[in-house]
Design a protein around this ligand. Sequence first.
Ligand code: PDD
Length: 283
Amino acid sequence: PYYHVDGELVPASRATVRVDDRGFRYGDAAFETLRAYGGTTFEWDAHAARLEATCDALELTHGLSRADLLSRIDEALSANDLADAYVRLSITRGVQPGKLTPDPDVEPTVVVYVGSLPRGGLEGTPVWDGPAALETVETRRIPNDAVPAAAKTHNYLNGILARQELEGGDEALLRDEEGYVAEGATSNVFFVEDGVLYTPTIDGPVLPGITRRLVLECADDAGIPVEEGRYRPERLRNADSVFLTNTTWELRPVGSMDGVTLEEDGLMRDDDPTDDDRIFETL
Ligand code: PDD
């Protein structure tokens, strides 16, 4: 495979970042995980906008245009002859002398990593292995007055600690400091109750997921009522159905929560369409 590093396509074995790069040293970097379908980067503008918001939050001025970044992704996809793919784009604050305070003159390190990923959706094969086992963990989502949850940075320790707490489950459910559901370690969470679709508000410490937004738009188009609010884990445990979203999983049903099998596991059944299935049919 070939990856894009600092404007050049290099073989994977030579795709390296220096040890004094701030992305390695301090996690001082912004990133996006994207997918390409049929060779085209999905929802590029939305990912580019979120990347810009992350860079703004970090005051990381890299000077690269959206068009430049997209052309690096395109080059990496074609060099590897990839149509349906996983794409990870990272921008670090680059190599700087070893002090925490950043130098305003930034020579960013830009990496595009790509890999084959089969198409999911209703026509393809999901990347996940069956419904998720979701577990509420003690690790809390870092509040927005620290590094804002909307910033997608290389520092994933919050989610890593949450995943390490899992006792056999697939995804950790993080609450905010007041105990309201925020999100999964790498996913947004939804639940359905009496035909209404609920999801934690992004006013809380929740990454504004691109997939999350698409699901809300689809629900809106399908006339499904939606509420964004603050919910306790008990609401999810008692819901008609629960599912997770992120770019790689797309939509992943939740089969159990905190070891209790949810009533509506395996939401993607075709045989017995219920109101909830409408949400999936529209995607
Ligand atoms: N993560 N919340 C968190 C904490 C995430 O890390 C992610 C995505 C999401 C979902 O966002 P989106 O729908 O835009 O992918 C929510 C990606 C997949 C990752 O960690 O690589």
